[in-house]
Design a protein around this ligand. Sequence first.
Ligand code: GDP
Ligand code: MN
Length: 368
Amino acid sequence: IRRPATNLDPPFHVGCQNPVMNVAPRANATLVMLARNSDVSGAVHSVKSVQTQFNDHFRYPWVFLNDEKWSAEFMEKVGKAAGEGVNVKFEKIPRAMWGYPEWIDQDKARRKMEEMERRGIMYAGQESYHHMCRFQSGFFYDHPALESYKWYWRVEPDISFTCAITYDPFIEMEKHGKKYGYTIALWERGTTVASLFRKLSDYKARVHIPSTSLWTAMIDPSYLPWPFRRFLSLLRNRDAYGDIWNMCHFWSNFEIADMDFFRSPAYRSLFRYLDEDGGFYYERWGDAPVHSLAAALLLRPEELHHFSDFGYIHANLQYCTHAPTDEARRRGELVPMLEGRGEELGCRCTCDLGIKIVEPVCLNRIKQ
Ligand code: GDP
Ligand code: MN
């Protein structure tokens, strides 16, 4: 049985709120989707879900980003899905933000990609996926179409929101001093980011970033005495103390964040350090672990927000606000998960019992 979200980071509201369309002021925010022309049906699906569950009442603009020219079909179908009265922009990503930087040895990169592909690392053999992860890690927030916005909500093709979102998450985040919000946190596959943690922990030492409780929560400490720990530190992806990242990370295919966090000198210099290392190509660093470890390094725990009230489906995994107990499953019913105060999480939520539910295990660890 799932434990309810802890009170450390309670939902901004419980239950359903009254629509606030045209009453409350809006935040300086936009919905953002990176997609390919071939993602058109998935993009329509996602836009409809976000519009129905949230944006029909709030009318935030959409920005669609692509490294190639948008097809007429994509713009027509997706524009229609967003509906009347919503500002929609279809933008191209500048060349300088997508592709190999000059210091990458492309032959070596391709060799490494083939090697990783052979070892069964998902997407590792796909050059464009590496460009995508690098773009989402270090460039999207500088795209000219996003420049004037402070907040963004990332949406991917083929996702669904399974609750009505009846309050403005941007406004609430702003009000509560939040910088980064997520709904799913899970364990990364170590093979994709073999040296990322070590890189970041070395960086942390180099620029004297003090440990935060968030960073500590991302680590499985080694309790061995020093000489043994020193030995451990020689192993892959351990830090200089022999400790290891517990692989917990926030899934970034949904995230709501203050872009000023990514635009800060601290994040920029961290990204540059990683970029120069080449791990976006020689390994397959994803933007999710990069955002997560950067947040753990640079943000205070209070600046993170878990949207525990946003039911969400991405591909074959979902975060669900209702706990499907064995008994409930047999009867095909769902038991609402309660917030600390004994109130029901979310508004008009529906879970899909056919899709694997992610237990917020690594989350609980972070909250400790
Ligand atoms: P997954 O979520 O990690 O399984 O990967 P996806 O295939 O869903 O890709 C993540 C996001 O990046 C989605 O929004 C895709 O549409 C987008 N994406 C991936 N590769 C490319 C690409 O080569 N070009 C563009 N424009 N978008 C891409
Ligand atoms: Mn995806």
